[in-house]
Ligand binder design. Structure first.
Ligand SMILES: CC(=O)[C@@H](O)[C@H](O)COP(=O)(O)O
Length: 331
């Protein structure tokens, strides 16, 4: 006689037969056990043991996607490096708010980005055949940077990234711990705590943070491999509100500084680069443009242009006019 087990899988009730392994369940959902990570009753199940671990009645399982991969760029004249990985493009783009994955992929291609940031998501168990981002943006060509979007505590963020690491072997991750839904401003106490724990566990956290030079230094001391101050609230498109602080963070940091959030248009991205940032991360400015693919191209040019201007060194500003042609020797 078959005994049925009652499970909760990704928040939904589900039944299984006694004696089934977690790998059996995953396969039965139409998923490849080699491409997911599973948490059972709060603990990550090592992928190598999914076939041995039997399901128990009342188990709570969380199954997340495998994505991962990406390759480093060969070194050239103006690359940047984070945690030992080198990239040519200084633009990191998000993967939210697009009409569909195809539009997202076209925008990524137009942006020239080599890194996309992705929220770690539960597998859709009701329709495992539903398209996945990895069907459109090839993880063998573009580096996936898992992020902790939607996490409001250090524990939530750490748990999310542990699952991401199990799913795709990622260690380079983007940490964001939000303080409240209204402003989506980072909770710096929780962010610092999560950074310390993640760094001790061998993660390489790129950290979304307030535009605060002291907090930035503390994050670096705690093990952040990149500092990512907001330019303005996430999704606001207000541009860089506090140039002075971004500049101070850049001056004080030994790790790359990238503006993350609040960019609205191309000139904002250029300003970030002119301030000496190593790069810019953006999502809404591209995804919510009338023509996202054209805006992605504009952002590529803006980041390159701002970077070139920074490297060229701007002229000094003056209080008074200075003639372009010499005044001496006039007829
Ligand atoms: C911190 C965070 O969540 C950002 O990565 C965000 O997704 C990008 O912000 P914008 O949408 O304002 O570019």
């Amino acid at each position: 006689m078959t005994t049925h087990l009652s499970l909760i899988v990704n928040g939904e009730p589900r039944r299984a037969s006694a004696g089934q392994s977690i790998a059996d369940l995953v396969t039965g959902l139409g998923l490849n056990p080699a491409k997911v990570a599973v948490e059972r009753n709060g603990d990550i199940v090592p992928r190598a043991t999914l076939a041995q671990v039997l399901l128990g009645d009342g188990d709570h399982l969380e199954i997340v996607h495998f994505v991962g991969g990406g390759e480093d760029a060969p070194a050239d004249q103006d690359t940047w490096t984070v945690a030992g990985r080198t990239f040519r493009s200084r633009l990191i783009v998000g993967t939210g708010k697009y009409k569909d994955f195809a539009q997202n992929a076209a925008a990524v291609a137009a942006s020239g980005a080599e890194i996309v940031t992705v929220a770690v998501r539960r597998v859709n168990i009701s329709d495992p055949t539903a398209p996945m981002l990895t069907d459109f943006i090839d993880p063998a060509k573009i580096t996936y940077l898992p992020n902790t979007a939607g996490c409001f505590t250090a524990e939530d963020a750490i748990r999310t990234l542990r699952l991401a690491r199990e799913a795709g072997g990622w260690d380079l991750v983007k940490l964001e711990v939000l303080g409240e839904a209204r402003t989506l401003y980072p909770d710096m106490r929780e962010t610092l705590r999560a950074t310390e724990i993640l760094a001790k566990e061998g993660f390489l956290p790129m950290v979304y943070c307030a535009d605060d030079p002291i907090a930035a230094r503390q994050l670096e001391e705690a093990g952040a491999v990149a500092i990512m101050p907001l330019g303005a609230p996430i999704g606001s498109g207000l541009g860089i509100q506090n140039r002075v602080m971004i500049r101070l963070i850049v001056e004080g940091a030994k790790v790359p500084v990238l503006v993350d959030a609040g960019v609205g248009t191309a000139s904002d991205a250029a300003v970030a680069m002119e301030l000496g940032c190593e790069g810019v991360l953006m999502n809404t400015a591209i995804a919510e443009a009338k023509d996202p693919v054209l805006m992605a191209h504009a952002m590529k040019l803006a980041v390159e242009s701002g970077r070139a201007a920074y490297r060229a060194g701007r002229m000094p500003t003056r209080r008074y006019a200075d003639p372009s042609s010499p005044l001496a020797g006039l007829i």
